[in-house]
Design a protein around this ligand. Sequence first.
Ligand code: SF4
Ligand code: SF4
Length: 428
Amino acid sequence: MNIWLAFSVRKKPRDRVVTVKGSETLSIELKQLALQQGFSAVGIAPAVTPVGYHHLLEWLDRGYHADMQWMEQRREAREHPRSMLPGTCSLIVAAMNYHEGTEPAAGPRVSRYAWGTSDYHTLLKTRLAPVAEVLRQRLPSAKTRIVVDSAPLLERDFGRMAGLGWYGKNTMLINRRIGSWFFLGTILTDAQLHFDAPEEHQYCGTCTRCLDACPTQAFPEPGVLDAGRCISYLTIEQRRAAIPHELRSGIGEWIFGCDVCQDVCPWNRFAPTHAPEEFHPRRALHPVDGRALLRMTAEEFSGLFRATPLARTGYAAVRRNVALALGNLRDVSAEPELLQTLSDEAAIVRSAAAWALCQLATTAGFAAVRQQLNRERDVSAQDDMRLSLLAAGACVPERPCDGASSPPVASDDGNRGAATSAAHVPDE
Ligand code: SF4
Ligand code: SF4
């Protein structure tokens, strides 16, 4: 035995496993309890390195995670669930439906999962807590940890291993009975429970509807998502930068997330439409009043969307998205708000408003964008506005900084106004 191996063997503690007599009976009891808590499907998977981990590494190496550096940084932690709870050997995975039957309203749209009145992380954790509690009552030495979407756990892989569904070509976990409109919550435990059979089959067949319908061609191949092209990533995760010009039209009316590849999936046609009341649409999002969102102050935004997924994306990025959606909808009634938004504090919002006004293509809109370009101090916003005018076939001021009271400055990533260090001096 070489020295390194001997050392590593001594250093690595053996996982503590709580063995359970009658684990099958206890497993059934826990699953029934989860169903009583409002979950639509529950299964139990073994704690192993999931097959999807190797796909994840390849996906990261291909750069399909765009600038989600946190995925890159926590890649090792995703290899095995014991990184979240030492000794984990069983995972209780539960699916909660969030589609409650309401059809989307016309106008700017938010992905269904974010329509509700409370944060799904909190709700699922609250509903799983009694299940974990019963497990600890039955096995006082057992440890548990509840994970909902915020820890480095490949939840969908364990959902598949727990028999809850298969990976569709749209990368979603799909269940034959409940479709794909569900959240996953997981209880990790060091108790040895009875495992369910994994879903080994993929029921997509020759269907390619999701791949064909994606507005931004975000699937380089079936089952592989290029996040950098996906509307969900662009409108939710890309919070500081402007959305690339070539993807803006594809974003359509979406201001937060995108449901297209789930809307078209035949397995969702007959999916159940009952969900906890907390997932029923809040008034502010059904319908979405894009004009009101542009008029809203940061304080009003926080008050309205506190404890919802929109809060994390933030005031500037959501309003950037709203401006783009209003441009795509060619909503001329929103011109006053877009004109006002041209002088927003955030460069990404000013650029998006300018792009939207160029889509509306009114004389007043073009004039206002040119005027803003003349006084714009953020270099990236200047370039963005120039491109918007050019793409719309409008004339572009030759000397963009004529009349500006101060020189342009480097872009500040867009979430605030001008940066403090001048990085570009205009040609005179
Ligand atoms: S969420 Fe929308 S943009 Fe993203 S892959 Fe699905 S259809 Fe394409
Ligand atoms: S739309 Fe078709 S190909 Fe895509 S996930 Fe659904 S069944 Fe599979």
